[in-house]
Design a binder for this molecule. Structure first.
Ligand SMILES: Cc1ncc(COP(=O)(O)O)c(C=O)c1O
Length: 369
């Protein structure tokens, strides 16, 4: 049986009419840049994420880069970031003029801990990037006070965790809501994916939001008037229209992913060869990825591929091992949990349209292995 890691064509069928109507409407009005759908999407995502403002940009990478640029980093200024994440989290730091300082993760949740972040703080630390990896939030209960007490801005990279929630001091808080800024990606494979690149910056700070909204259009609120040197990083109106058409389905898609994840965990926990992911009890996980551990990961991956099952390895080479960051880890503590995760992780198909029969085939195949 064929079970792809992700099947966006299965998602497209039921929403096709809505998405196409939204796209045609934009084309008929010919408002391709900062059109009304962009404003409507920003308002809808701000509401969903519990923030005062959401500023859309051209990608999740730019959503990290633009706020980092506003920090005006000087040579040698450091930004703390996990090594076990997608490249953009650290690439944006370098592109903003900073030095990434990599920290280790909790082996259960794959997220950073307040202790690992605190140990990496130096007098040169100018920001902390926390990644809510695979769909569940990092321990913001400890990270927010840490950043506040030290006066270091906290950036929540929520590219993989749109709408994920965590109980903090008795109330539900949404990914991206508690930091100086939160960032989202609308890359097509994300839980809310566009039909191209896109991203968003979330913040409670309306002055900052106004500045970011100018920065993404060359630093000016009006055409041909520039308060500062910004860049061109706008979300296309067409992408905003697609995302608005998809947004009403997001909650049910995330719930379906959670159901699939629970079904996997209940079966896989009985198979000693693999370890299902840990869900922090305070979290409502949205399972962008369902990532197991297996000591014989690559053999298992091949075995599943031979049975028609797609899997992914996020992340095979952690960032502190990347050639472009060679030397940054020198003299720093080893990232033991990160290196182990990179050897063992395997992400299984967990998309909302995955059928019971397909999922049973994945589980049976892991058992057979
Ligand atoms: C954790 C994380 N941060 C940042 C990004 C960058 O987003 P984009 O691909 O939209 O630039 C991604 C996307 O893959 C991501 O997974």
């Amino acid at each position: 049986m064929n079970v792809p890691l992700l099947d966006l064509t299965a998602q497209y069928g039921p929403i096709k009419d809505d998405v196409l109507a939204a796209m045609i409407s934009v084309v008929e009005r010919q408002r391709f840049i900062l059109g009304e759908e962009v404003v409507a999407l920003e308002e809808a995502i701000a509401t969903l994420s519990g923030v005062r403002r959401a500023v859309s940009v051209a990608s999740g990478t730019d959503a990290l880069l633009l706020p980092l640029k506003l920090l005006d980093l000087k040579p040698g200024d450091e930004v703390i970031v996990p090594s076990f994440t997608f490249f953009a989290s650290a690439g944006a730091v370098v592109n903003a003029g900073g030095v990434p300082v990599f920290v280790d993760i909790d082996p259960g949740t794959f997220n950073v801990t307040a202790a690992s972040v605190e140990a990496a703080i130096t007098p040169r630390t100018r920001a902390i990037i926390v990644v809510h990896l695979f769909g569940q939030m990092a321990p913001m209960d400890d990270l927010v006070p840490l950043s506040a007490n030290r006066g270091i801005p906290l950036i929540e990279d929520a590219a993989q965790s749109i709408g994920a929630r965590r109980k903090v001091e008795g109330s539900w808080r949404v990914a991206g809501e508690m930091g100086w800024v939160g960032t989202l990606s609308f890359f097509p494979t994300k839980n809310l994916g566009g039909y191209g690149d896109g991203g968003m910056i979330l913040t409670q700070d309306t002055v900052l939001a106004d500045r970011l909204a100018r920065y993404r259009r060359h630093g000016g609120a009006k055409d041909y008037h520039h308060d500062e040197v910004g860049t061109n990083s706008r979300l296309d109106t067409l992408q905003a229209a697609v995302l608005l058409a998809k947004l009403p389905s997001l909650a049910s898609w995330s719930a379906a992913r959670r159901e699939r994840a629970l079904r996997y965990s209940e079966s896989l926990v009985q198979i000693p060869e693999v370890t299902p992911p840990v869900v922090d009890q305070a979290n409502e996980h949205i399972f962008h990825q369902f990532t197991i551990r297996a000591e014989r990961r690559d053999t298992l991956k091949k075995f599943l591929a031979d049975r028609g099952i797609g899997t992914g390895v996020y992340y095979r080479v952690p960032l502190h091992q990347q050639p472009c960051f060679a030397g940054l880890a020198e003299g720093k503590p080893p990232l033991v949990m990160t290196d182990q995760a990179a050897r063992e992780v395997l992400s299984l198909p967990v998309y909302p349209e995955l059928t019971d029969a397909q999922q049973d085939w994945v589980i049976e195949s892991i058992r057979a292995f």
